[in-house]
Design a protein. Sequence first.
Length: 336
Amino acid sequence: MKKGKVVLVGTGFVGMSMAYAMLNRGGINELILIDIDKEKTKGEEMDLSHGLPFAHQKMIIKAGDYDECKDAEVVVITAGIAQKPGQTRLELAETNTKIMKSITKSIMASGFNGVIVVASNPVDLMTYVVSKVSGLPKNQVLGSGTVLDTARLRYIMAEYLNISSKNIHAYVMGEHGDSSFVPWEHAYVGCKRVEDVIKDNNYPMEDLEKIHKDVVNAAYEIINKKKATYYGIGVALTRLVKAIIENENCILTVSTYLKNGEYGQDDIYIGVPAIIGENGVRELVKLELNIDEQAKLDNSCKIIKEMRSDSIDKIIDENYVKLKKDSKRKLHFIKR
């Protein structure tokens, strides 16, 4: 395994926003780009490489194929299709499940044994798919989860309170979607509880829920204005990869696996605070949720599990049989 080698699968807006952020931020030694559109991928390699003279460190950037995964430290998957008008979330999940499976089989065929970071939507479901198909230890497969939601929360709170976002310690938990929630009892401004800050400044307590609604609606608003979101998640993915590469042991709200009844759940990937290091998820950070917050988390998990049982698990099993019969065929995916 090469220290600081990252493979990016999917050179759409999200993937290339991450690649550009990595070019500017540094911290990795080699970035491999993979996409079904070979010409576009080569063009992306050239365009990024021309900025290397002004980058923070020496870095190799090149278009490649799945054999490059074999000695990579991290593989990031951003490939998949976006939700189309009139398409249900379940239909989107079914299509992207097939894409994730093909990608994952190709990654694992190289002999890869690093950490996989999933950003394709619905991210909690797609992380589950990649985990099931790859067979990697659960800690080595994680999704971007509510990392971006948390960043949006901290930005909006910082604007509201006129405090640096670096001093806002609050988290969005649950599904990366409308059923997410904020455990406000565990939200702090510096070392002071947010709820106390609100009271001391005579702000309406209802503003906290308005802030959360603004977080949930942020993606919709951006999409309405510019058709897609990609810069924010690109930077968020760069932050997550950096935490793994540099073994930071920092706390991020990733989509991670609950297996022993944590938060009253089992056998599900969902966004919760976790300590992230060189092997992916080192451990969960268990928060005490109140009755309302626990109900919201349970609802998030219920939505995900229902989608899984409706068709996702069946697609995984069907593809296992099919792929075993034809393990040598070349696997492709639809670019995001």
